[in-house]
Write a protein that binds this ligand. Sequence first.
Ligand SMILES: Nc1ncnc2c1ncn2[C@@H]1O[C@H](COP(=O)(O)OP(=O)(O)OP(=O)(O)O)[C@@H](O)[C@H]1O
Length: 252
Amino acid sequence: MASVESPVRLDSVHKTYGSGESAVEALSGVSFGFPAGSFTAVMGPSGSGKSTLLHCAAGLDEPTSGRVTLVGTDLGGKSETALTELRREHVAFIFQSFNLMPALNVEQNVTLPMLLAGREPDRAWVDQVIARVGLSQRVKHRPGELSGGQQQRVAIARALAARPTVVFADEPTGALDTNTALEVLNLMRELVAAGQTIVMVTHDPVAASFADTVLFLVDGRIVMQLADPGVEAVASTLAKLGAQAKRARGQR
Ligand SMILES: Nc1ncnc2c1ncn2[C@@H]1O[C@H](COP(=O)(O)OP(=O)(O)OP(=O)(O)O)[C@@H](O)[C@H]1O
């Protein structure tokens, strides 16, 4: 099951929030297969639907219509329990809102998802991941004893330690200093080289340049894809799309 060609697939996904006058169409027919062992960045102006796409792809939010397939499983009509099990087995998140367990120390937070999935943590790899995010001196600290950036690094180590099939990341480097951000992005590239699939929402052209492909969303639609993206190309495309979106809003 885990070795499907596209561990994450969206087919004609629409997502509308609210109804009637106040309805907002956050996704307007998104179709994309994220290939196994690929790193894809999702970019676009504020409100273009990036987080909604990520939440629908991860089964955290249900599309209004269309189909999402995660690691070979059609998520349509699945129970919350079935979704939780699927995620526990195959998926990791690096979201700002995915909090750490306050009573557990760094090492315990990092190994918890594996223990919950009934898997024995690979201690050497766990130590390596914790070292790569610069927290070797903090393994016995609790989240409350760490800075915001350090807590984010624990969340990153936690996501990477379990070697999930798919990593969903929302602004994973947003709260990090430049050096740690580069270290984390390099680590993500290593995971991709090892066959894992990463889908990352970011506003940062430098972070996006680590991806194999950048998808640009405008008004809930994929309007452009950039392969092997360079920082300059990403930044100029983003600026152009942002200006177009602003003009279009002005005309409405
Ligand atoms: N729970 C919700 N209820 C109502 N509308 C929502 C909800 N979540 C998102 N939206 C709307 O859907 C659209 C897309 O939102 P989304 O958060 O996916 O955009 P985004 O591209 O991630 O934005 P940003 O870059 O500002 O985080 C926006 O117009 C937003 O206001």
